[in-house]
Design a protein around this ligand. Structure first.
Ligand code: TRP
Ligand code: SF4
Length: 329
């Protein structure tokens, strides 16, 4: 077990899909064996975009944490908690906001992109602009050394490092600079061939029934140029192949597909049916565990509460140092 501390968070979006599983959770599972890990539900961050409609958040927290637990995120190994339970994140957020230059936030590429792209919500708010400041507080309040994130979050982490350096420069070396643990996220495409995402309505959820999973896989997009069974296809442009064969098939099967597809020896349904049993076998124990966990409606809340005890010990400790460093105590 390494001494380094890992921290990561996820906004509560409800039930998780295969993209979250292979992209993020598989990595968390590995990290949990190697490091002291803090995994938290970023429910305040959810409000930066969903402030007008917060009624679903509580249920989304529960569903998401059930999926974490079902795949094997283990409260006996990792500290699992909810951001809003630890008010010190907000205190540190205020203090960091004093030293964060506005232009740093305004030139954040994720911010500019989302302001451009998301048109159904008014994101011209103080909270949304300050998203990376709160995220920095989340990280450094635990003095986390490593933050596993996908490439899309890398600019946020860079900002966190800059804010941390600025804090240390003004008030002394209170915080270690958090390192980005860049996760190479495998391509997980949805049924329509775009990136798998709940908002695209193309997701296969971990809690979909085996029948639903099979059905979704069977209608998932393939090489669109392959219109007839007798047409040769190309696995390299086939969303189904790129996602499912890549994730679940051994080399022999992949060879069989490459040969069969490019020479029109196999049909797409046959190709898909060669993977479905492996997908279902992998998901079966996860679903079984989820069903068990669901039986106790209080379980998620009690696990989050226990995690918060541990998290708040660390956060309190850090805030004492911060207040002292800033002349507040
Ligand atoms: N921004 C992250 C996401 O959308 C969630 C998050 C909030 C986070 N605070 C964090 C991730 C701190 C890592 C560390 O996925
Ligand atoms: Fe994709 Fe398989 Fe069909 Fe080829 S045979 S296009 S790899 S689903």
């Amino acid at each position: 077990m390494s001494q380094a501390r890992v921290l990561s968070g996820m906004r509560p979006t409800g039930k998780l899909h295969f993209g979250h599983y292979h992209g993020v959770l598989a990595n968390w599972l590995k990290l949990q064996e190697e490091y002291e890990c803090f995994f938290f539900v970023a429910d305040w961050h959810a409000l930066t975009t969903d402030y007008a409609n917060p009624s679903g958040i509580k249920e989304n927290v529960r569903q998401m944490v059930l999926d974490w637990l079902a795949v094997g995120i283990d409260p006996a190994k990792s500290t699992i908690f909810r951001q809003s339970a630890i008010k010190e994140h907000a205190e540190l957020n205020v203090l960091l906001s004093m030293i964060t230059p506005l232009p740093w936030l305004e030139r954040n590429p994720t911010y500019k992109e989302q302001i451009q792209e998301i048109k159904d919500k008014d994101l011209h708010t103080y909270g949304f602009l300050g998203y990376p400041v709160l995220q920095t507080a989340d990280i450094i309040i635990y003095k986390a050394n490593k933050v596993p994130v996908g490439i899309d979050q890398a600019p946020h982490l860079e900002l966190s490092r800059e804010i941390t350096r600025r804090f240390n420069y003004f008030y002394g070396e209170v915080f270690p600079e958090p390192q980005t643990l860049l996760t190479s996220i495998p391509k997980v495409l949805g049924t329509d061939g775009r990136k798998m995402s709940k908002s695209y309505n193309n997701a296969i959820f971990l809690s979909d029934t085996p029948e639903e999973i099979e059905k979704k896989i069977l209608y998932m997009m393939t090489d669109t140029a392959r219109k007839r069974r007798t047409d040769a296809g190309s696995p390299d442009v086939c969303p189904f192949f790129l996602t499912f064969h890549n994730l679940y098939s051994d080399e022999k099967t992949i060879e069989w597909v490459r040969e069969g597809c490019t020479k029109a020896l196999i049909g797409c349904t046959e190709c898909k049916k060669s993977v479905i049993p492996k997908v279902l076998a992998n998901i079966e124990p996860i679903q079984k565990r989820r069903k068990e966990l669901e039986k106790d409606p209080e379980l998620v809340w009690s696990i989050l509460k226990q995690g918060a005890v541990k998290a708040s010990e660390v956060a309190n400790q850090t805030m004492k140092q911060v207040r002292a460093a800033m002349g507040l105590e």
